[in-house]
Design a protein around this ligand. Structure first.
Ligand code: NAD
Length: 253
């Protein structure tokens, strides 16, 4: 995908991996719409990269549709979607107070899996109507799963299921959208230093980092953004899930 002057959408773009990706795409000349529930942070990132903030709940059909219209008005229809919006709730199936509330499981699936699919279905419907670029491409989608899709820890039943769903849908959607010249890829990150983990005490961060073979440290959001950019730019990558985890394999405790 030739990125310069093209419209891109980054969900969860107000923070962490999404914000780093929004900055990276903008630095390559893309016009970036920062989709997030957090209006204040989305405005800050958008102002910094001369993009557009779109306050949107990715898991809600009407909110996402309105967001796509708002972004298209500002920048034209997007050729790139990077799905980073996500939540991580750690709960045991059988907790101290009894079985995990079904609403807790539902919420994580709704935001992480259904939210990613919701944005993908709407954005790619618009991409499919565009003229192809010289490479034959009409668009690219990069989703964000997690190593928890393969290697979930205790308490991650909902999170792992949501990310496993993203991994599993990547190939069938890539196969289906090939007819339009739209590529679909997924990154499965290991442990990255974003607000999610930065709030943990240093000791807890160090003990997580100690499980990472090499480099023995948490990932930097710019390293995620670099892979997202490569996926957007490399026309031969399609239908693949790439673990970005410094060889992390967590043994169960
Ligand atoms: N940080 C890590 O170590 C790590 C590891 C594996 C996977 N991931 C995944 O990467 C993605 C980004 O994580 P992060 O660490 O940057 O987290 P983060 O909390 O810094 O950013 C997530 C952003 O998503 C937004 N968001 C949440 N629900 C939303 C919704 N319904 N609609 C719109 N926006 C919403 C939040 O407001 C936030 O700005 C998530 O999908 C997460 O599961 C992160």
């Amino acid at each position: 995908m030739l990125l310069k002057d093209q419209a891109a959408i980054v969900t969860g773009g107000a923070s962490g991996l999404g914000a780093a990706t929004a900055r990276k795409l903008a630095a390559q000349g893309a016009k970036v719409a920062v989709f997030d529930l957090n209006a204040k942070l989305a405005e800050e990132v958008a102002a910094e990269i001369k993009g557009t903030a779109v306050v949107c709940d990715v898991s809600d059909a009407a909110s996402a549709e309105a967001g796509i219209v708002q972004a298209a008005k500002a920048h034209g229809p997007a050729r790139v979607l990077v799905n980073c919006a996500g939540i991580g709730v750690a709960k045991r199936v059988i907790g101290r107070e009894g079985p995990m509330a079904l609403s807790d499981f539902d919420k994580v699936i709704k935001v992480n899996l259904i939210g990613s699919f919701n944005m993908l279905r709407l954005a790619t419907a618009e991409m499919s109507k565009r003229e192809p670029q010289a490479t034959g491409e009409r668009g690219v989608v990069v989703n964000t799963a997690s190593v928890a899709a393969y290697d979930g820890q205790i308490g991650q039943a909902a999170y792992s299921a949501s990310k496993g769903g993203i991994v599993a849908m990547t190939l069938p959607i890539a196969r289906e959208l090939a007819q339009f010249g739209i590529r679909v890829l997924t990154i499965a990150p290991g442990l990255f230093l974003t607000p999610l983990l930065a709030n943990l005490p240093q000791e807890a961060q160090d003990s997580l980092a100690a499980a990472i073979p090499f480099p023995r440290r948490l990932g930097d959001a710019s390293e995620f953004a670099a892979l997202a950019l490569h996926m957007v730019e490399n026309p031969y990558l399609n239908g693949e899930v790439v673990r970005l985890d410094a060889a992390l394999r967590m043994a169960p405790k």
